[in-house]
Design a protein around this ligand. Structure first.
Ligand code: F6R
Length: 614
């Protein structure tokens, strides 16, 4: 959700903070703001509704001096996007400025108490309540800011990553976190704080990840002092970042999303590297191998995820059930966490999350942990909260995904799930040696086949122009391709704002077929697999009602070519790996339709990359 960046050191803070905000803008982008403290002891806040570029415009004639500062890009929770609701927020005396990512759940009660004590509120945010509370506690206890923050956080229910600076506050930034990530970058005589490492990496690769319910005092010239909310001192290992700057740039593409779609052959090779051995005959997935017995004796697998990651989980169900005959349930984390679900101690829980910070998935993990089940994480962001809260796991290794619509992380999630299921199926002997090595060989060929699909980009761009003004879309698939229909529809709606629904093709006749007419494009995944004839019948039913069909087909699909209005050809593969190929043209189709509609593809309205609020 919101992005946080802070700087304390010997350079001017403003350019570092603004550049950092640009890098973090994918986390939230309805307003942005900055607080700077300078040598004269002043504390200035500049903030505005809109993008970081609007903030830069606004700051053009302002005093932007200062080598200590904090800055924020917002994804609104409490209070509409506006100049007033933008962060940072001042305390009553305007002596403290605070930025916040997360939600203060008991803000309403606290606000009433503060109003009764003479505090005034300018915004509708929960964040302003926190900064006022800190000042109230500081004055009441006649204590310093760090201690006041510590006391205030004990009063708070909710999730937060915060950073504060104080007027004349002799060279320090105070930060704290609970359920929202916060990282401290350690430079040479300077420190950076941020909600993820992306704005830090160009200055230093040495970072510390703050743990839940910890605070840090980051002062010029001293190592950060880290304590818990209950004042226990902590020391943390310094982590070396593996990220590099080029991963954070568009590299000549118009949008991060297009770059990330085109990166998929490489990212999948990276994801498999070292995991399918050089002979191509064995899977070496240490997280699963180290826990082999647990996996083999699992009564059931429960997959927890949200959004695109949930769609990956659905494909995972097909993998695990067909390769290893282990029953699988795929749950929306947000429903699971409040459902009082039945979880057995010998269940394996797999949490899938690109960001590794999704609040609902983190809470679902906590719930599952209470039942004693083993929890495995599939995350992309190294060191993220979910990767640290799980018992073991596999990273997807695709590098930073900046486009808000997930693409390369999704195909890598599928790749990890398929490797896990293949390994376990082979160990359980539910897949024999011959089939195992054949499937591994085919999985290894997927990146080359994606390369081939990417060569159709121009043709898919042409096709997209026919559908720019469609108001609705239906996506159909069956078997392994049913989750791909859901994911194709999600990609289209989130970046083009066209209403789109995905269905298992045979479900059409149970209701949705009523929607079919000439105005309703239907994207049908009709590749040459075991369900081909069945899908063909479903498509015939749509054509009989004048529907317009865009079909994803293989070279061999003669019948579908006759029936469909438009076709997109993809290479053929084993049924189980089709999702890895078939999603790619759907990503491209969504991308081009959104570009035709002049949508902000990388930062679609109302969305944010990392959903750290429930
Ligand atoms: C859609 C998308 C979201 C995320 C969802 C979960 O393109 O990216 O649906 O998949 O918010 O996020 P993670 O995977 O970070 O847990």
């Amino acid at each position: 959700m919101c992005g946080i960046i802070g700087y304390i050191g010997f350079r001017d803070a403003y350019p570092i903070l603004v550049k950092g905000l640009h890098r973090l803008e994918y986390r939230g982008y309805d307003s942005a703001g900055i607080a700077l403290s300078n040598l004269s002891g002043s504390l200035s806040i500049y903030k505005t509704k809109g993008r970081v570029s609007d903030l830069e415009e606004y700051c053009k004639d302002k005093d932007i001096s200062g080598s200590i500062g904090i800055a924020h890009t917002r994804w609104a929770t409490h209070g509409e996007p506006s100049n007033t609701n933008a962060h940072p927020h001042y305390s009553e005396s305007e002596n403290i400025a605070l930025i916040h990512n997360g939600i203060i759940e008991n803000y309403a009660v606290l606000k009433q108490q503060l109003i009764r004590n003479g505090y005034h509120f300018r915004s509708n945010t929960d964040t302003e309540v926190l900064v006022q509370l800190i000042e109230y506690i500081k004055v009441l206890n006649n204590t310093d800011l760090f201690h006041a923050v510590q006391l205030a956080l004990n009063e708070i229910i909710g999730a937060y990553a915060i950073a504060l600076i104080e007027k004349g506050g002799d060279n320090r930034i105070i930060v704290a976190r609970k359920s929202s990530p916060l990282v401290i970058g350690i430079g040479d005589g300077e420190y950076f704080i941020a909600s993820d490492a992306s704005p830090i990496v160009e200055y230093t690769k040495r970072v510390i990840y703050l743990e839940d319910e910890e605070l840090a005092l980051v002062s010029r010239g001293f190592s950060p002092k880290i304590v818990t909310a209950r004042n226990v001192e902590k020391t943390h290992e310094i982590i070396q970042l593996e990220m590099n700057l080029s991963q954070l740039e568009k590299g000549g593409y118009d949008h991060f999303m297009l770059k990330e779609i085109f990166e998929q052959p490489k990212t999948l090779r990276d994801c498999m590297k070292g995991r399918i051995d050089v002979t191509g005959k064995h899977i070496v997935l240490s997280g699963v191998m180290d826990n082999r017995e647990r996996f083999l004796s699992a009564r059931r697998i429960i997959i927890l995820a949200c959004g695109t990651s949930w769609h990956a989980g659905l494909v995972g169900k097909y993998f695990f059930e067909s390769f290893c005959r282990i029953p699988v349930e795929v749950e929306y984390s947000s429903e699971f966490r409040y459902r009082n679900p039945v979880i057995y101690g010998d269940d394996i829980v797999i949490a899938i999350s690109q960001s590794g910070e999704t609040a609902d998935t983190l809470a679902a993990i906590e719930l599952a942990r209470k039942s004693g089940s083993f929890i495995y994480g599939i995350c992309n962001v190294v060191g993220s909260s979910i990767s640290r809260k799980t018992d073991s796991g596999s990273y997807t290794h695709v590098g930073p995904e900046i486009g808000v619509a997930s693409t390369k992380a999704f195909t890598a999630q599928l790749t990890v799930l398929s490797m896990m299921a293949l390994y376990l199926g082979h160990e359980k002997r539910t897949i024999d040696d011959e089939r195992y090595s054949f499937l591994l060989g085919e999985l290894n060929r997927i990146p080359d086949k994606i390369e081939k699909i990417l060569q159709s980009n121009a043709a898919i761009c042409d096709l997209s122009k026919i559908f720019t003004y469609a108001h609705n879309f239906i996506y159909l698939g069956r078997g392994f391709n049913y989750p791909i229909a859901l994911e194709g529809a999600l990609k289209l709606k989130e970046i083009s704002y066209i209403h789109a629904e995905g269905y298992p093709a045979a479900e059409m006749k149970h209701g949705p077929i009523a929607l079919i007419d000439m105005e309703m494009p239907v994207v049908a995944i009709a590749t040459d697999n075991v369900m081909y004839d069945k899908v063909m019948s479903n498509i015939q039913e749509i054509k009989a009602r004048n529907g317009c069909v865009i079909a994803v087909v293989n070279e061999s699909g003669a019948t579908i070519r006759e029936i469909a209005d438009y076709v997109i050809e993809v290479p053929s593969t084993e049924d189980c790996f089709e999702p890895l190929l078939n999603i790619v043209p759907l990503q491209l189709l969504s991308y081009h339709i959104a570009v035709n509609k002049k949508r902000d593809v990388d930062m679609p309205r109302n969305l944010a990359k990392s959903v750290t609020v429930e």
